[in-house]
Design a protein around this ligand. Structure first.
Ligand code: PAF
Length: 282
């Protein structure tokens, strides 16, 4: 596995691949890789002859009171895992090269509407930071395919919209969420949970499933069901941020005609904010 930090070195390798007509699949990450990330890499390997992974903890997508400095960094372990999977190139740019004119001056990409709702309402500016870094990384890596986890369902929709709106020439692949045996979605932030919180954490996905089962059984009093789910989460020890039922393609509020839906939820356990979602067809 080649490891590069400099953008020029990445472009150099990219040029040689271009001349040998390689297909490039790209998995952008912020590191602290878990089985969910490794699943993205495995999927990437299926569609392309070369796989590029990036590790970059992107300051632009963290709010002022968020966990940028505390974000877990496990570089040596990450390198070993990627090497074992046969990744061709690990790109680890430095923040000063990515944001060379400073974050204040940085040109940004913002996908309207989608970026302001749900998680975007709780984390203002977050999706601007995500769209901007993903656009920049796409410009550097120039992949034919890119892979994102469905756990960050809204992020995936924002990126798909950006790719469509900016006529980018690549295919975006969403990969189903990897879970622990008790249902907890794998996430780098799970590492923040203490033992007691870790025992409670699977209740988030359980409550999403309870809500989905009620809807699939024919209930349409969505606001009552959501209120019940929030109460159950609070009783279990969470501080719910949101539970939303949306059209899974547009993320707009559900209308009578909608068949393909998604339940999206975020809740705090102590200081840790967990998110999860479930798609359903009615
Ligand atoms: O999902 C993530 O890890 C990040 O939001 C991403 C897509 C790597 C952009 O920094």
């Amino acid at each position: 596995m080649q490891i590069v930090e400099e953008i020029v070195s990445l472009r150099e390798i990219r040029r040689t691949w271009q001349s040998s007509k390689e297909d490039i699949a790209f998995v952008p990450t912020m590191g602290n890789l878990h089985q969910g990330h490794l699943e993205l890499v495995k999927e990437a390997k299926k569609v392309a002859s070369k796989v590029v992974v990036s590790i970059f903890v992107n300051p632009m997508q963290f709010g002022p009171d968020e966990d940028l400095d505390a974000y877990p960094r496990t570089l040596e372990q990450d390198k070993r895992s990627l090497e074992e999977l046969g990744v061709d190139l690990l790109f680890m740019p430095k923040a000063e090269d990515i944001y060379s004119r400073g974050l204040e001056q940085q040109t940004f990409v913002e996908v309207p509407s989608l970026s302001y709702m749900i998680c975007g309402a709780s984390r203002p500016g977050h999706f601007r930071g995500v769209a901007t870094i993903v656009c920049k990384l796409f410009n550097m890596v120039q992949p034919n395919h890119a892979f994102f986890g469905e756990k960050d369902f809204q992020q995936l929709q924002v990126i798909k919209a950006m790719v469509t709106d900016l006529s980018m020439n690549l295919t975006i692949h969403g990969v189903p969420t990897k879970r622990d045996d008790d249902g907890l979605a794998l996430s780098s932030r799970n590492g923040y949970l203490n033992d007691e919180e870790r025992n409670i954490a699977p209740v988030l996905y359980k409550q999403i499933n309870v809500l989905a089962d009620s809807i699939l059984a024919g209930r349409r009093d969505f606001s009552v069901l959501i209120k019940e789910a929030k109460t159950n989460l609070a009783n279990a020890g969470f501080k719910p941020d949101y539970i939303e039922l949306r059209n899974a393609e547009t993320l707009l509020q559900v209308g009578h005609e909608d068949k393909y839906l998604v339940i999206l939820a975020a809740a705090f356990l102590g200081k840790t904010r967990l998110i999860d979602n479930l798609q359903l067809t009615i």
